[in-house]
Ligand binder design. Structure first.
Ligand code: GLY
Length: 347
């Protein structure tokens, strides 16, 4: 399969597909992976990234914090890695975001590569250079833009993903289609019944590839999210508070799915899109067994408070990415808080 290029002048890189890494300058490598991936794929990873020292972090969103970030940096220091090293992240979004952030800070910045192993990381988080950690005040509030040297996507890793992990990624797949490509959205509708069938490798290859093409295009147009890139946050203004308030028991993808439903309801209230389009999105989320309802007893004030820390906000106004039609969205920030409350209470 041909590589996909993320065009960013001197920070450009390729997304390549398959089992082998592209040829890169030789560097001492610190390979970071999580305990689940290490158990399943230690040999494959040692083969892919060699020679490398390996640092294993506990699997789960709870690891995406300042302690683990420091532990990675300290491991590199303990190994006396200099500026001629690189970090490699093999895992899902947590491993990629953390390792990328550590790479952006260690010795004021060293290169890193991404080897995404979850669907979510393959279709979204490994591409585009967003790195960071969570703090109690909110998700991803500390971080840096630090582009990888390469992203190597091997969909064979999907074979061992749980249904819940697959769902986590499928929500970002629906998001990608919903913001940019009506034809791709129809493709997902046509294939929804196969999207938990890990044997359909060609189907997953096609889906991952299309998502990477869309993401590469958006990031190439707007690396630091001063405009277009905000559309990748469709559903996320609602999702981040939901994830944070659940102490990450609700996964990112589940929260994004609920967030797309809420954004859809808000767009309906504003007369921005039709009931028919809203029902179309709801039907695809349902067909993929993705949640649309906020957890019972969601505290509206806490959601609004956390929304105030959203990175998209400008001039103190909560900003939303709202759908205008299937495959097209708009960034909106002058929405009365009462309307946001209404959508949350009626969801
Ligand atoms: N996941 C959103 C972005 O990369 O901009």
């Amino acid at each position: 399969m041909n590589d996909i290029r993320v065009e960013l002048a001197e920070r450009s890189y390729n997304i390549n597909f398959g089992k082998t890494l592209p040829v890169l300058a030789p560097r001492k490598t610190l390979l970071v992976t999580d305990s689940n991936i290490y158990k399943l794929y230690a040999d494959l990873l040692k083969e892919m990234v060699k020679p490398a020292d390996i640092f294993v972090i506990p699997a789960g969103e709870e690891s995406k914090n300042a302690d683990t970030f420091l532990a990675i940096c300290r491991k590199a220091a303990e190994l006396h890695l200099g500026r001629d090293c690189r970090f490699a992240a093999a895992g899902g979004g947590v491993t990629g975001d953390l390792t990328g952030f550590a790479a952006s800070c260690y010795l004021r910045g060293v290169p890193f590569i991404q080897i995404p192993t979850s669907l979510l990381a393959m279709v979204d988080s490994s591409v585009g250079g967003k790195t960071g950690i969570d703090i109690p005040e909110g998700k991803n509030l500390i971080g840096a833009f630090h582009q990888p040297e390469s992203v190597t996507v091997n969909t064979a890793f999907l074979a061992t993903l749980s249904d819940r992990e697959l769902a986590n990624g499928l929500a970002e797949v629906v998001k990608t289609a919903a913001i940019a490509d009506e034809k791709f959205f129809s493709f997902l509708e046509d294939n929804a019944k196969h999207l938990y069938d890990r044997g359909k490798t060609a189907l997953f290859d096609e889906i991952v590839r299309r998502c990477c093409e869309i993401k590469a295009h958006v990031v190439s147009c707007d690396e630091k999210e001063s405009g277009l890139r905000a559309i990748l946050n469709y559903g996320h203004t609602f999702a981040h508070p939901v994830e944070t308030l659940s102490s990450y028991r609700i996964s990112h993808g589940e929260a994004v799915s609920i967030g797309m439903e809420c954004a859809g309801l808000l767009a309906l209230e504003l007369g921005m899109w039709s009931k028919e389009q809203y029902l179309r999105q709801a039907a695809l989320l349902d067909a993929l067994h993705l949640p649309r309802r906020l957890p019972e007893n969601t505290d509206i004030d806490s959601v609004i408070e956390l929304m105030k820390s959203d990175k998209k906000n400008r001039n103190g106004k909560i900003t939303f990415v709202l759908p205008v039609s299937t495959g097209s969205v708009k960034v909106v920030s002058d929405i009365p808080v009462e309307l946001i409350r209404k959508v949350i209470s009626e969801n």
